[in-house]
Ligand binder design. Sequence first.
Ligand code: COA
Length: 274
Amino acid sequence: MIVNQMFPADLFAGKCVFVTGGGSGINLGIARNFAALGAKVAICGRTQSKLDAAADELRALGASVHAQAADVRDYARLETVINETQAALGPIDVLVCGAAGNFPIPAEQLSSNGFKSVMDIDVLGSFNAARAAFAQLKATRGSIIFISAGMAYVPFPYQVHVGAAKAGIDMMMRNLALEWGKHGIRANSIVPGPIAGTEGMKRLGGSEYEARAQRAIPLGRYGTVDEIGQAAVFLASPLAAYVTGTVLVVDGGSNLTGSASFGEAIEALMGSAG
Ligand code: COA
């Protein structure tokens, strides 16, 4: 892991990091990066077996771990798990709101309930986590990192629900940065670009458009899960003590080229799915 060579190995020693959706993908990568720097890590998600496997991975990095299932749409359950985390690991210093839902679908085929489902997971779920962790974050003068996406800024085919949800997340982030700054709480977002090995990218894998899509990224490649983890480490660290209310785009410059290149790949995927 590159992060160990960049930051002191005890940078987050004694700190507690809570990651929603931390059982897999980018969110687990973020949890790993904090664990590698001495943090105690709590993860939640919908599936306990997935969380248990992720917890083993995090413990192997030396972290104390709390891993309990909670659907971020269920405020009462999430609040219980967040309170249990404080009892098990101490108050939360860093909250990462990563839980999200996504599937590509033409807007005219998306049901009202499908739209609501993604809004509920992404927007309401992120608010629920921030709201439930507020007292702990106030006590620690902690920070919140939201996981946004490029489609919050540039419309992307078949992502009307995700674009709306992620734009909502980023405005919520700014509101919380404004309101909670007086408590010493910072709030920021990360916009990950296309990240290798994630579920979304695996779905595009093997597409004849994949190589072209990678070439269209100014840095010429997909990002890595650890590159997002390192951005989260930066935002939560003392290096970013005066950074709040901002969006850190970690996408190899993808946003500079719009959605056309990936649009083509998604069109092909949707076409092959019938
Ligand atoms: N295509 C079209 N509609 C979909 C869908 C898909 N792939 N997945 C869910 N929906 C719709 C359902 O049809 C339903 O609407 P309806 O009642 O009008 O039929 C609505 O969304 C809720 O469906 P449900 O099965 O209850 O989903 P959920 O709310 O429990 O979970 C997701 C929604 C997005 C989390 C789920 O689709 C999923 O697991 N996706 C893959 C995993 C994922 O998104 N990971 C995150 C990557 S960023």
